[in-house]
Design a protein around this ligand. Sequence first.
Ligand SMILES: Nc1ncnc2c1ncn2[C@@H]1O[C@H](COP(=O)(O)OP(=O)(O)OP(=O)(O)O)[C@@H](O)[C@H]1O
Length: 253
Amino acid sequence: MSPSAEIAVSVERVSRSYGGDQPVVALAGVDAAFRRGTATAVMGPSGSGKSTLLHCAAGLDRPSSGRVRIGATDLSALSEKALTELRRTRVGFVFQAFNLIGALTVEQNILLPSRLSGHRPDRAWLAEVVERVGLGDRLRHRPAELSGGQQQRVAIARALATRPEVIFCDEPTGALDTQTAAEVLSLLRSVVDDTGQTVVMVTHDPVAASYADRVLVLADGRIVHDMPQPGAEAIAEQLARLGRRQTVATREG
Ligand SMILES: Nc1ncnc2c1ncn2[C@@H]1O[C@H](COP(=O)(O)OP(=O)(O)OP(=O)(O)O)[C@@H](O)[C@H]1O
């Protein structure tokens, strides 16, 4: 495989500023490549640019400058229509609030991205996905009839249904208790290990981040640490150090 074939997502010198009287630089020239078949956690203090990075990398937001590629596709070259199609078929999303459609059944929620893109779902793959997330007996239920952990499993199944190249997760365990969070993280880990999926996950939780192969830490819109497989303690230590640095900077500023 050529090096580029091994990279699911690349972010090259990406900056994102928000306008207004006092412009805010949310990302300041971020470079990162996310390898296929790996899970990466993106961490950092509040306001450090994590969600902005995730949104730019996933084609939900456009950078002010720099380039994002999903596989070989340069997102900046795509029209809004092509970008929408890419988000439906080549990218999966899992959010803290699950974002399921309450009026639809579990099965209809899982099939929604395929339906919207007009693609015929791959039934054998869907059966495997449903089996993997353990929802076979819940397909006709509505989201409100499920526990939080089950709803997040539906969201993961929905994200997997189109066999995307990468799944972006924004605080996927933020609304779950510790035990349920561990189950959801194990599921995401198995998706990476068994199906070769690529996961990029924003999280505040060092334990959640310890499930990843790599942890990127952002501060002030820049990557300040790039750690291969740190344990939860090492992650917590780095975050605490950053927190102390910021407290001192705020006091001195
Ligand atoms: N739509 C917007 N308009 C103006 N400023 C914004 C907008 N979205 C984000 N920002 C600013 O950009 C910076 C980065 O925000 P971002 O949401 O990416 O941070 P984060 O690390 O995800 O924070 P948190 O952990 O609190 O969710 C912050 O200073 C934020 O206030």
